[in-house]
Design a binder for this molecule. Structure first.
Ligand code: PEP
Ligand code: MG
Length: 930
């Protein structure tokens, strides 16, 4: 039964680079953009066309950083590919050939060469926004049985050449030819082949680096046989077949399940498509003077201005992120390769100065020479985003407005998330430590598999997902979990990247954990924990604790709400306060709160709310014995009995309102009159009905009868809202008296109460007229009795379509409108706000709607009704006050939409006030830049 009473992005930088020559030529549109040797067709501002990776490779080339040459096949080709039954535009091949020739010229090598050094290619995806681990990459492309010999000859490094070929067959076989783990298989077939070979030859699991050139050659043979066996096709020898196949696989991966789940989570439209980047390979695996690494120009977990990342000697980039070997911290590169390290530090400074933001980079050192393979704005935790933004203003790298834009509003709640209670932590046992990959504290029951984690979370359990390492297949489990714990993987592992982005608490690479998936246990320090046992993790310091640990409020909450001096002295607290000051400076839209108690009001004011946008008065009827008086009122058979029961409720309501006015310190309060259907206040079970009958001294049959009488098939569309006050005007009279007497008393006591009485669910002007008449009558009486003037107004909610469409009529009576977008959404979409969960997931996956419309306003549908109501309302009453009090008032995108509509305030729950303030300020700044 429906219950009524229970109640993206950082701003893109604009590089200074010149506009490219992206024109269509006689040969057709330009699909391929090349870069190399200081020149590039594209630049950093062309992310829509070239994807993030391609645009930034072009930009890095333009500012003369050492980038191996390459080309980007545009996202338009991806769109073409899906619009034309997975085929390519006719002119693409010729443009790709020109791109390869450009690389050959710069590198002095030849694609598919059987003589001299062959040009090998890396093929990578690159969407507009990075999608870590979601898309597939192929390295060392261009090798075949002949060119591998040329590579041996040219490098005089037989082991390296065969290692490259072996890796290529493995990646290409998996990604392009689909040789993957089958249902029921435990291991990847290529890994299984390596494992079998090592056991045959070395009788154990030796490290890959111990494999000789002959071993790699043998593996190449076995891999090819595996591909033939699994696919019935020979491994392609022709480099151009390889290149076309790889590009097709990247485009194809745009629609794989992992990519779809990721897009749904981050609202990335499928129309964007991905670009394909084809780049000349440089090699980090030629020996001990080579290596690969990934790094952030500042620490993305806590925001500290330190070079942060990791590298592996004698390895290709994939090895660093795959978690197979544990990498070294990037600072150690100083000892291992001092020249390259010094060069890398210079690049770090250049990149930050140029992009004016923290960068996440990939690099390779080939025989002492540094190459940059990627740069992008680094994903960061909310704490890091806050520190970066404040520091960069101090460093005069960015303006305060940019700093506001750099803090994603939907991440701000992370800063308010609880931390472990210090006293409890002292008593807890640290059983393991790992890398602090996602800050915050999480306690939960451990689950070792994503599906079981999701099921447990759906049952309401708090879950910790514990994995050896995570992969994109674990995404659903990661979304469902409170926290993520892995035994392997560094700060750039999949678990760390995804957790950081989702704002999940995460500890990764806790190497002492022995996880046994078959037994469903994790063993550490001699003790085993099974599924359903509690563990706790602190992702700020990287600690794992046995059992459950109570959490405590974050420094910001403790500082703001509890006035805790130590918390107020922290850098995080001060930075937050500074950010909110800037928000106040920028914002046009004010933020109110939905609060039903003085305590909630006090919290919201501390967060910066400037009034109440919605008090749901029915919530006040549930506490203590008020519910009995309420039930008495509902059971009353005549007016006199109803009025007697209402008289009992009046003092309670008046006291509540007085408390709220006091907590508001002169800010206005929109108070909504009774809204839910009456049956929600009556008990349903026989037992509770018997109890109530005894308490009220009435026959239980009377209660049963009334419950039966009030039963509705569609209570949300039934006897609720102003319909209650129309049928029982005495309810409205009591509520008006309670509000206005409290306002008079509060004003006399010096609190300057400003009640705004709000009538719910109005669709006809006459409904509002009848209710407003009662309010004015009561107001006149109370003002006379109390000998005080009360500063009050009366308005309505716009929450059913007829109300929106006839807003011009309604505005004759209403002094303000507040959009009740919860009801407006359910009545406009014809979808129950209580029951639509069963199909909304499928709707989002099918992209019928991008977001849950009850969380984020359906701007085209519901938003249009809001617009109509605003226009019509203003026709009648040009200065009508407009706000929103549905759940959407705390959703950053909806707040931005409300700014666009020109509302004067949004109202949301107290803990979302900071988020709404940030989103409102961002909307105003974005507007001023237009
Ligand atoms: C609404 O409908 O948006 C609203 C705020 O009222 P309620 O959620 O109480 O129906
Ligand atoms: Mg409503």
């Amino acid at each position: 039964m429906a219950k009524k009473t229970t109640a993206k992005k950082p701003a893109g930088k604009k590089p200074a680079a010149k506009k490219p020559a992206a024109k269509a030529s006689a040969k057709g549109p330009k699909y391929v953009y090349t870069w190399g040797a200081g020149k590039a067709d594209g630049n950093g501002s062309m992310k829509n066309l070239l994807g993030g990776k391609g645009a930034n490779l072009a930009e890095m080339t333009r500012i003369n950083l050492p980038v191996p040459p390459g080309f980007t096949i545009t996202t338009e080709v991806c769109t073409y590919y899906y619009d034309n039954k997975r085929t390519y535009p006719a002119s693409l091949q010729a443009q790709m050939e020109a791109g390869v020739v450009n690389m050959e010229k710069i590198m002095g090598t030849k694609f598919g060469a059987t003589n001299g050094m062959p040009l090998l290619l890396a093929v990578r995806s690159g969407a507009r926004d990075s999608m870590p681990g979601m898309m597939d990459t192929i390295l060392n492309l261009g090798l075949n049985d002949q060119s591998v010999l040329a590579l041996v000859e040219a490098t005089k490094n037989e082991r390296f050449a065969w290692d490259c070929y072996r890796r290529f067959i493995q990646m290409f076989g998996d990604v392009v030819m689909g040789v993957q783990k089958r249902e029921g298989e435990d291991h990847d077939p290529f890994e299984h082949t390596i494992h079998t070979f090592k056991h045959e030859k070395y009788h154990g699991d030796v490290e890959d680096s111990k494999l000789t050139a002959a071993d790699q050659q043998e593996l190449v043979k076995r891999f090819k046989a595996l591909v033939k066996d699994r696919t019935g096709k020979a491994f392609p020898n022709n480099p151009w077949d390889q290149l076309r196949g790889a590009a097709g696989a990247v485009f194809g991966s745009w629609m794989n399940d992992r990519a779809k789940v990721y897009r749904a989570k981050y609202n990335i439209p499928s129309e964007w498509g991905t670009a394909v980047n084809v780049q000349a390979m440089v090699f980090g695996n030629t020996g001990d003077t080579s290596g690969s690494g990934v790094a952030f120009t500042r620490n993305p977990a806590n925001g500290v201005n330190e070079f942060y990342g990791e590298f592996l000697i004698n390895a290709q980039g994939e090895d660093v992120v795959a978690g197979v070997r544990t990498p070294e911290p990037v600072l150690k590169l100083k000892d291992a390769m001092p020249k390259s390290y010094a060069e890398l530090l210079k690049v770090r400074a250049t990149l930050e100065k140029h992009f004016k933001d923290v960068q996440d980079i990939e690099f390779t050192v080939q025989e002492g020479k540094l190459f940059m393979l990627q740069t992008r704005n680094g994903k960061r935790t909310a704490a890091a985003a806050l520190k970066f933004s404040i520091d960069m203003v101090k460093e005069k790298l960015i303006s305060w407005e940019t700093a506001v834009m750099r803090n994603p509003a939907d991440q701000l709640e992370q800063l308010l998330a609880p931390i472990f209670d210090l006293n409890e932590v002292k008593k807890a046992t640290v059983i393991a430590t790992g890398l602090p990959a996602g800050p915050g504290a999480a306690t939960g029951k451990v689950y070792f598999n994503a599906d079981r984690a999701v099921q447990a979370a759906e049952k309401g359990e708090k879950v910790l997902l514990v994995r050896v390492e995570t992969s994109p297949e674990d995404l659903r489990g990661m979304i469902a979990a409170e926290g993520i714990l892995t035994a392997r993987g560094g700060v750039s592992s999949h678990a760390a990247l995804v957790a950081r982005q989702m704002g999940k608490v995460c500890v990764c690479g806790a190497a002492s954990l022995e996880i046994n998936y078959d037994k469903k246990t994790v063993t550490v320090a001699g003790k085993s924990y099974g599924e359903g046992d509690y563990l706790s993790i602190d992702g700020t310091i990287g600690a794992v604790y046995a059992g459950q640990i109570a959490t405590a409020p974050s420094e910001i909450i403790a500082g703001l709400l509890n006035g805790d001096k130590a918390s107020q002295a922290t850098e995080k607290f001060k930075s937050y306060v500074q950010l909110m000051k800037w928000c106040a400076q920028a914002t046009k839209l004010s933020v109110r709160t939905n609060a039903d108690t003085p305590e909630q009001t006090r919290q919201a004011i501390a967060f910066g709310a400037v009034g109440i946008g919605l008090t749901r008065t029915e919530h006040m009827f549930f506490e203590g014995d008020r519910i009995d008086a309420m039930r008495e009122m509902i059971l009353a058979g005549n007016l006199a009995d109803r009025e007697a029961a209402l008289a009992k409720l009046l003092p309670y309501q008046r006291d509540d309102f007085f408390g709220i006015f006091k907590a508001l310190k002169g800010f206005p309060a929109t108070i909504r009159f009774l809204d839910p259907p009456l049956h929600e206040f009556l008990p349903n079970s026989k037992e509770a009905q018997l109890d109530l009958a005894k308490k009220l001294g009435v026959a239980v049959e009377k209660i049963e009868h009334r419950v039966h009488e009030l039963h509705e098939f569609n209570p949300m569309l039934g006897f609720r809202g102003c319909r209650l006050g129309i049928k029982f005007p005495e309810i409205t009279r009591m509520q008006a008296r309670a509000v206005l007497e409290a306002a008079a008393d509060a004003t006399k006591a010096g609190f300057k109460a400003k009640p705004e009485i709000m009538i719910p669910l109005v669709g006809f002007k006459k409904e509002l007229d009848l209710q407003v008449e009662i309010v004015h009558e009561v107001a006149a009486a109370v003002q006379k009795e109390k000998k005080t003037k009360i500063n009050y107004s009366v308005g309505t909610m716009i929450e059913i379509p007829r109300g929106a469409l006839t807003a011009d009529e309604i505005a004759h009576t209403a002094e303000f409108f507040s959009f009740g977008t919860n009801d407006l959404t359910q009545t406009t979409l014809g979808m129950s706000r209580d029951d639509s969960g069963s199909f909304l997931g499928a709707y989002q996956e099918s992209e019928i709607m991008k977001k849950n419309p009850f969380a984020s306003i359906d701007q085209t549908g519901v938003g249009q009704l809001m617009q109509i109501a605003i226009e019509k309302g203003r026709q009648t009453r040009p200065d009508i006050k407009l706000g929103i009090c549905g759940e959407h008032g705390g959703d950053p995108d909806s707040v931005k939409f409300c700014h666009k509509l020109g509302l004067s305030y949004v109202s949301c729950s107290p803990y979302r006030v900071p988020v709404a303030r940030l989103a409102a300020a961002q909307a105003a700044i974005a507007d001023s830049k237009k």
